[in-house]
Design a protein around this ligand. Sequence first.
Ligand SMILES: C[S@@+](CC[C@H](N)C(=O)[O-])C[C@H]1O[C@@H](n2cnc3c(N)ncnc32)[C@H](O)[C@@H]1O
Length: 251
Amino acid sequence: MLSDVTGGLRWHLRALRRRRLWSPTTSLIAEWLESVKPASKHLLLIGGSAGWMMSSKWLQNFERIDLVDLDPLAMMLFRLNHGRALRAVKAKLYTHKSDGIAGLEALLQSHPQAFVFFDNVLGQHRFRVSDQDQAETDLQDFAKRLQGREWGSVHDLFSGPVEPALVPSRPQRRFASEITTMGLTSGGLHGDALHRRLLTQVGASRVWMDHFTSPVFPIGTSNALISWRFSKEYAHWLQAGWVSLNRNGFA
Ligand SMILES: C[S@@+](CC[C@H](N)C(=O)[O-])C[C@H]1O[C@@H](n2cnc3c(N)ncnc32)[C@H](O)[C@@H]1O
C-alpha cells in the first residue's frame, strides 16, 4: 500500500516536508508523553507509522516495542527514525503489518503484559468504516475492549480549515482537560463552549470535522488537548490521554 487515507507514502512525504511546521506539536506531544509512566516495560504501539511525531526519549523507557501498522513502509522508516535511540538502550523492536483495531483482541492476548498505545490512529477510524454511525459506536465502546489493561492514545479530536489572519497573536496550544459526566471538559467548559474556545485558538473558519473520538476515554481520565497546525490552511486539535489500572495520567 503506497498511500491511503491515513498513512502510506503520502503521509511520510508530508511528515518530512512539514517537520518544521509540525515541530511545536511534536514537542508538546513529547512533553505530555513524559507524564505517561505505565508499569509495563513492553509497549504495543498501534498505528505508530514511522513515528514522525513520536518521542525517541519516551520510547527509550521500554525494553520491548511491538509496532503494529497496516503500512509496510512504516516498519523501515520507524527504524530509521528511532532505531539508533532504541539500540542505545538495547530495546528490542518487533514489527507487525496488521490491523491493530480489528485484530485488537488477538494482539492483547499475544502481548498480555504490554502497555497499549494508539498513536494518532483512532481519529481515522471514521475514514476506514463506511457506516458513520458504526464508527461512532465503535469509538464510544472502545474502552470496554481494553478493560483491565493500561493503555493510552493520542488522536484527532477535530480538524478543519483555518484562516491565518484569524489566528491570535499568542495562541494557546495546549489545554488540560478531563472526561467528566458532562463529557470532555476544560477550564469548566464543555460542549459548544469548549469547542468555540478551541477553535478560536487556531483561527478556525468554515465547517470543522468531528472525528468522533471525544468519548474514547472513560470518565475520570485526565487528558491534554494539543493543537496541530497541519498545513497553512488546515489544523487539528489532538486529544492525548492514558488510562492506568490504579490512576489516570495527568495532562
Ligand atoms: C496519522 S498516521 C500515524 C502517525 C504517527 N503517529 C507518526 O508519528 O508518524 C496513522 C497510521 O495509522 C495506521 N493505521 C490506520 N488504521 C490502522 C489499523 N486499523 N491498524 C494498524 N494501523 C493502522 C496507518 O497506516 C498510519 O500509518
